[in-house]
Design a protein around this ligand. Structure first.
Ligand SMILES: [Mn+2]
Length: 380
């Protein structure tokens, strides 16, 4: 049993390589998106192709997903095959614009499709309604690994397979999908191989954090460092780390990422303290709904996770802007934030994600309305 459209996607990519089409990979800026871009890029390289550019959106500036600022830059590369990874399933409007620019869009995603899906020729997403693939818990990196297998077939060498599984394992853990079924296999195989990894970036990070520590319970620290990169000018440091062949460059990049993680963790703690102070004033509300102009959007997911774990309430954390607020959502098992936000779709600018982890953009003037509707929804 294969994921729907995965054979079509593989054929389309092989054809693009044969016909020398330009190929653009556009991934989410977290480890799941980054690892997906690395894996697909290496699969393409191994059939003799070349990726023209790897693109990562600046979540702080442009928000999550395929965005118009990026498309303005990418249109200079048209005609081209634009493959989105770990995002895209919610970008109906943006895909229309991309098509106008003569970019042929293929979506590889694992997020929940909303009522309307983009009009892209090929969409690979096991959560699509008509997809009969039995396991629905893959991270995007898992979907991409399966796509790489489809592209390479018997040409995937044992070493390449191991190397790609290392990335699959790390991003699967990072994306907090259930560690069962295929995910369990990816994690076991990938972490075993990680001990003897050939990838200079991973080697550098293991050296800095100490491989003894990493394999004795420190894997989350290792992953946090990879996940602490930010995209600037559509480039991403973790992507550079995972694709660089220079030991020296890798060492410097890895050190920078480790420093960043520490600063980030400190700031997350400060924000959580502030939120706890605020919600202690309103213990009866069904949801936690807090924002601030000084909170960075890239921290919102981690903050929401921490608060949601502690208080077991649906948690909406956002950066408050003059006109628009952007935020991340985490909610306890058994509740569904995407369905909750569907009841607000007439005024939300965008929203989407997973049942337990999602995101949104809303006009600042609609904040109260949004909060009230959520409180009502989750009080039921
Ligand atoms: Mn993901």
């Amino acid at each position: 049993m294969k994921i729907n459209n995965i054979e079509k996607a593989s054929e389309r990519i092989k054809n693009a390589v044969l016909n020398n089409e330009r190929i653009i990979l556009y991934g989410d800026s977290d480890l799941d998106g980054i690892a997906s871009v690395v894996i697909l890029g290496e699969a393409i390289k191994n059939i003799g192709g070349r990726v023209d550019c790897a693109f990562f959106p600046d979540r702080e500036k442009d928000g999550y997903g395929l965005n118009l600022n990026a498309l303005e830059v990418l249109k200079a590369k048209a005609p081209a095959l634009l493959i989105t990874l770990d995002l895209g399933i919610g970008n109906v409007k943006e895909v229309e614009v991309a098509k106008k620019y003569n970019l042929d869009v293929m979506i590889v995603d694992h997020h929940e499709p909303l009522d309307k899906v983009p009009d892209a020729k090929i969409i690979v997403d096991p959560k699509q309604k008509d997809d009969s693939y039995p396991f629905k818990g893959l991270a995007n990196v898992g979907v991409t690994f399966r796509l790489a297998e489809e592209i390479l077939g018997d040409n995937m060498s044992d070493n390449l397979r191991k190397s790609l599984l290392e990335l699959t394992a790390l991003a699967t853990i990072a994306d907090m999908v259930p560690q069962v079924d295929e995910n369990k296999y990816f994690i076991e195989e990938g972490l075993r191989s990680l001990k003897n990894t050939f990838r200079p970036g991973l080697k550098a990070l293991l050296t800095i954090l100490g491989d003894g520590n990493v394999f004795a319970g420190g894997i989350l620290k290792f992953i946090s460092a990879l996940n602490s990169a930010e995209s600037l000018g559509f480039e991403n440091e973790s992507y550079s780390l995972l694709t660089s062949s220079s030991d020296k460059e890798c060492y410097n990049l890895a050190q920078e990422l480790v420093n960043k993680t520490q600063a980030k963790q400190h700031r997350i703690k400060e924000i959580c303290d502030e939120i706890e102070r605020r919600i202690s004033q309103k213990p009866d509300e069904a949801v936690i709904f807090e924002g601030d102009v000084s909170w960075r959007l890239v921290l919102a997911g981690s903050v929401a996770s921490t608060i949601c774990n502690k208080y077991a309430k649906p948690t909406f954390i956002f950066r408050k802007g003059t006109d628009v607020c952007c935020g991340s959502v985490r909610n306890p098992e058994g509740t569904d934030s995407v369905s909750a936000m569907k009841t607000c779709s007439d005024f939300l600018i965008t929203f989407g994600g997973h049942v337990l982890a999602s995101g949104f953009r809303v006009k600042t003037q609609d904040l109260d309305k949004f909060k009230n509707k959520l409180n009502k929804y989750f009080t039921k």
